[in-house]
Design a binder for this molecule. Structure first.
Ligand SMILES: Nc1ncnc2c1ncn2[C@@H]1O[C@H](COP(=O)(O)OP(=O)(O)OP(=O)(O)O)[C@@H](O)[C@H]1O
Length: 605
């Protein structure tokens, strides 16, 4: 079995950058759907959301009241020189701004809580989903890209919820309030203030139309870079062994460059927004001062007062600021929607359990596996053709054949990582497709060529086979696996912490640990992918001895690379291009003097 079933596949070749073209209609449809789904997450925080809305309403109202009071101060108290009234108004103004600040503090406080809880649930759901997806999903994707969805994309949603939601809501309220008060004070100056809006609107539209697709492209490129880094870091040994550093750096350079380009353009175009808004803002200031000044002089303050001009200059800023904010936040929102779309894409993938509503839960199994004219292909081309054999409890079936012959694929079907196309596979006479995957895998254990160990103690790694095993049971399994002796010689014995890849102990020792793990799991079906790598003869003997102990009474499938280790197997199946070309025990196959015989002779020599 190739180790890529459990580890990231290592690929040098560049996966072509997705050329994202944005179909507007499709995008809009996805966007509203994504927003709806995001809203479902937010709805869990209804209580806090209501408080935030209340605080935003209060702060927006108080934000409007402030300049209005300043205008009043000018017209009613400064021009008429009434000091007492002015003093009272100033105290009022201080109170207004104090409450304004308090309401802003509270809205931020509650919104941060909402954002954290939302992304917490989102992360949890996505991580759960990873575990419900079939192996075929992971076989086809770069791990780094999936990681990037769990980290960057969700971070994006977090940032937007923290900043944008409040800003957008506050901006809309401020806009409506400002227009209402402006119309009440002077319709003429309102028209003057608003005359810059068409220009602002056009500029914003032009920019957001370009930044939306760019943000999406940027997210994709980031996923691409992360995927590549993950792949190369996990394949460092191979990169160095084959002196491929230059090629790998060039591969990274290409992806990094693409990310730089999209990032540059997304930010540059988005960066135009504040500049254009500022320019238009100054223009509206000048227009208000000009038209207001003329009105004051011509109508002698009957139509417009000095205080009203001051209020309008402040409102003009308040009016364009939310527009400015809206466009900025809208950009952030677009990037968060792009991010959450990528998260929801994973959540929408077909999960393994979907067809398991009526599946059979197998409490106990004998372990009789039967293949009856089974065919299978990962995609359209057939890989396995007409495979038939039977494996009974206590028996060992070994698969032999050249690389790509289909040995791993047979194991993939037995463990239901993939489902067969035609024919039938049964476990104790029950069709495998009708058995719940988790219940089937409960009765299986794997000892792989490249043993996978998690970061944690040796004890925890062995206990992974059966989580409720006691310390005594863990140690008994280690003894049966011939691992106890080397474990107790380690500085912290069973509590020695291993790195994720188990560095610190040898390849053979790792193998012994995975055998102990399998012994603890006590499955009825065993899959052994024979180690071919550099294991010393003594450890090799220990492994063989431990495996023999492990295989007693179980149905064992062995992917054999060296034929001398499978001479005692009950059935040896010789595969070629996905077909069984010879089947029998060692002596029978030797007597046949066919392909197995040839292979055996070749290895002996
Ligand atoms: N996930 C996959 N998607 C598509 N094709 C696959 C996949 N995994 C394997 N194959 C193809 O199926 C065929 C059989 O592969 P398989 O891994 O079963 O061979 P194998 O006998 O185990 O080889 P090896 O000894 O090299 O591990 C090969 O042609 C391979 O390219």
């Amino acid at each position: 079995m190739s180790s890529n079933q459990l580890k990231a596949p290592f690929q040098y070749e560049k996966i072509p950058l997705k050329n994202v073209t944005v179909d507007n209609k499709k995008k809009a449809k996805n966007m509203s759907n994504t927003l709806k789904r995001l809203w479902n997450y937010l709805a869990a925080e209804k209580g806090k959301l209501i408080l935030v809305i209340l605080m935003v309403t209060i702060s927006s109202g108080l934000g409007l009241l402030g300049p209005f009071m300043v205008g009043m101060a000018i017209d009613d108290y400064i021009v008429t020189q009434e000091a007492a009234g002015l003093g009272m108004l100033l105290v009022g103004l201080i109170i207004v701004y104090l409450f304004h600040s308090l309401s802003i503090f509270l809205q931020n406080y509650w919104m941060i809580g909402i954002a954290q809880n939302t992304v917490y649930t989102l992360r949890k759901d996505l991580f759960k989903q990873f575990h419900r997806l079939p192996i075929s999903y992971f076989d086809k994707r770069q791990y780094g890209d999936l990681m990037s969805r769990l980290t960057n994309d969700i971070d994006n949603v977090n940032n937007t919820l923290n900043q944008s939601v409040i800003q957008i809501f506050a901006s809309v309220l401020t806009l409506i309030g400002t227009v209402a008060v402006m119309l009440y004070l002077s319709p003429i100056l309102t028209v003057v203030t608003m005359s810059v809006i068409p220009a602002m609107f056009l500029a914003m539209r032009w920019i957001t139309k370009r930044t939306g697709p760019l943000y999406k492209l940027q997210q994709n490129d980031l996923g691409e870079v992360n995927g590549y880094v993950e792949e190369i870091v996990s394949g460092q040994h191979i990169v160095k062994t084959y002196s491929q550093e230059e090629k790998v750096i060039r591969g990274f350079e290409k992806r990094n460059h693409s990310l730089k380009q999209t990032g540059f353009w997304a930010l540059t175009i988005a960066g135009f927004i504040p500049k254009i808004m500022n320019m238009l803002n100054f223009l509206s200031f000048a227009l208000i001062a000009l038209v207001g000044g003329i009105l004051v002089i011509v109508y002698d303050q009957q139509l417009v007062t000095v205080g009203i001009i001051v209020i309008f200059t402040e409102y003009a800023r308040q009016f364009t600021r939310p527009l400015n904010e809206l466009s900025n936040q809208f950009n952030l929102l677009l990037s968060a929607i792009a991010g959450s779309e990528r998260v929801f894409q994973v959540m929408d993938e077909t999960i393994e359990e979907i067809d398991e509503t009526n599946a059979i839960e197998m409490e106990n199994t004998k372990g009789t596996i039967k293949f009856d004219h089974v065919t299978f292909g990962y995609e359209d081309t057939a890989i396995l053709k007409g495979i038939s054999f039977e494996a009974n409890p206590g028996e060992t079936v070994a698969f032999v054949g050249h690389t790509g012959a289909g040995k791993t694929t047979i194991i993939n079907l037995i463990s239901r990582f993939y489902d067969y196309n035609t024919g039938k596979i049964t476990l104790d006479g029950i069709d495998l497709k009708t058995i719940k995957r988790s219940s089937l895998r409960q009765h299986m254990a794997f000892v792989l060529q490249d043993p996978f160990l998690f970061h944690g103690t040796i004890r925890e790694n062995i206990r992974y086979g059966r989580l409720d095993a006691t310390d005594t049971e863990v140690e008994a399994a280690a003894m049966d696996a011939n691992a106890h002796d080397f474990i107790v010689k380690l500085p912290n014995s069973y509590d020695t912490i291993l790195d994720q890849d188990g560095s610190g102990i040898s390849q053979g020792q790792k193998q012994l640990l995975t055998i102990a793990r399998a012994l603890l799991a006590a499955p009825s079906i065993l899959v052994l992918d024979e180690a071919t790598s550099n294991i010393d003869t003594i450890t090799e003997m220990k492994i063989q001895e431990a495996l023999k102990r492990l295989m007693v009474g179980r149905t064992s499938f062995v992917i054999a690379h060296r034929l001398n280790t499978i001479q005692e197997a009950d059935t040896i199946i010789m595969l070629e291009h996905g077909e069984i070309i010879e089947q029998g025990n060692h002596d029978e196959l030797i007597n046949q003097k066919g392909s197995y015989y040839g292979l055996y002779k070749g290895q002996i020599q």
